[in-house]
Ligand binder design. Sequence first.
Ligand code: UDP
Length: 367
Amino acid sequence: MNCSDMKIVLVSTPLGYIGSGKGGGVELTIGSLVKGLLKLGLKVILVAPEGSVLPSGCSGVEIHHVSGKSQRSWQHQESSADVMIPSEGVLPKLWEQALEIGESADAVLNFSYDWLPLWLTSHVRVKIFHLISMGGVSDVMKRLIGDLSKSHHSRLAFHTKRQASDYVLAHQPIVVGNGFDLDNYDFQSEGGGPLGWAGRVAPEKGLEDAVAVAANLGDRLLVWGVIEDPAYASAVETSFPPGTIEWRGFLPTSQFQSQLGGCRALLNTPKWNEAYGNVVVESLACGVPVVAYDRGGPGELINSGITGWLVPPEDLESMTDRILRIDEIDRKECRSWAEKSASDYGFANRIVSWIKSGLLDKDVRIN
Ligand code: UDP
C-alpha cells in the first residue's frame, strides 16, 4: 500500500483540548505526527475535543470536534481505581465519531490512555491501533493492555522500552519513539543562562527535587508548564528560599523554546516511569543539555556524558555535581541527537511501518 493511498484517523486524548496543556506531551505528539503523516502524503483525519487547535503546517488535516466532559487522568487516581466515564463524557463521543469515520479508513490510531478504546479493539471491524502514552499507572489498564497483547499485539506501540517494561506483553514491544518538528526549535550555542525545568506541575513530575538542586547551588530555576495541582505547586514553592522558582507559565512552543534555549541545563526529575519525556527532546533540540534521573524514557533518550547526564533517581548530590560539570557537554551534540533520532518525519515513517505491518498481521484473532 502506498502512503498516498492510506487514510488514517487519529483520536485525541479526552483529558482536554489540544492547546490546553491538560493532555501533556500527547498534544504536541499529535501535532508532530499530523505534520509528518501529511509530509508522507497520507490522508489524515483528527477527532479531538472541542477547542483543539493544531500548530501551523497542519492545514491539510480534516478535524472533527467533539464536545463533552473531560476524562480524569489515571495517574491522579489510586492504581486500583475502577473505570469511570463521566455523564456527558467526551470519551465515548470521540469514539462514536471515530468508529463512524473509521469505517472508510485503513486504520484508527488512538492516543488516549483509556479503557474504552482498548476494549473496543477486539469488538469492532474498524482496525484500531494504540500508541500507549503512559507507563502502568492503573491495574485495570495494565491488565487490559496485557490481554490485548495476547490477541492483538501488533496493534500496540510504545514510546520507549522502559515504558513498555511496565506491562506484561505476549511478545517484544513495538517501540516507535516520538517526533518533533525541529524547525520550530532554534539552536542556541550560548550556555551561560539559568537552570530550567518544564512539565505539568504535578507530584509525579517531581519538581521539588529540581528546586532543591537549584537551591543547593544558590541558583534560580525557570519553570514552564501547566499548574495541574495548585496546592502541590505552592507547597513546593514555600519549601525553598523565596525567588528560587521563577514561574514562566504554560507557553506556546515558539516562546517556550526561545526561553528554554537560553538555559545552561534542563533538569528532569520524574517520580514515575515517564513514558517518553517530550521536554527532554525539546531541550536537546535547542542545544540545552539535560540532567535527568535515570528512570523511564529520559533514561533511554539521554546519552550520559554526551547530551547531558543521567544520575541515580533521587540522588540530588549527583545531580548538583553534574550541573557543575555541564560545560563538558557540547551543545551541538544535543541538537544533532534530536535531528538524528526525533524528527517528525522519522516518527511518521515508524508509525506508518508499524500500522502497515499490523494491518497484514495474520495473528490478530478477532478482526
Ligand atoms: N509545554 C508547552 N509549553 C510550556 C511547557 C511545556 O507546550 O510552557 C509542553 C511541552 O512541549 C511538552 C508537554 O508540555 O510537549 C509536556 O510533555 P512531557 O512529555 O514532557 O510530559 P507529560 O505532561 O506528557 O507527562
